[in-house]
Design a protein. Structure first.
Length: 84
C-alpha cells in the first residue's frame, strides 16, 4: 500500500467511481478545463499519505517518547567522537 501512495503519478490500474461534488466547484473546474480524475487522484493520494504518516506517529508514539527521553538523559550515541 505504501508503495502505491507516492508523489509520482502511478501507473496503477484505475477504477471508475461516483463522486458527489458541489455544483459551483464542478462547473468552475469544467470551465477551466481541470481534469477532475487527475486532480481528485492527486489530492486523495496526498491525503492518504498524510493519514498513513499520522497513524504511524500515533502507533509509535510510546517508542518515540521513550527514545526522546533517553536522548535527553544520555545524549546522542557516539556524540563524543562527533567532529562537527
Amino acid at each position: 500500500m505504501l508503495d502505491s501512495v507516492s508523489e509520482h503519478r502511478s501507473r496503477s490500474p484505475r477504477r471508475a467511481t461516483n463522486l458527489s461534488l458541489s455544483v459551483d466547484v464542478l462547473e468552475a473546474a469544467k470551465a477551466l478545463n481541470v481534469n477532475l480524475s487527475q486532480t481528485c487522484d492527486a489530492h486523495l493520494r496526498k491525503v492518504v499519505k498524510q493519514e498513513l504518516a499520522r497513524r504511524w506517529r500515533e502507533e509509535h508514539a510510546d517508542f518515540i517518547a521513550a527514545y526522546n527521553e533517553m536522548l535527553a538523559a544520555e545524549g546522542l550515541p557516539l556524540e563524543e567522537w562527533k567532529t562537527f
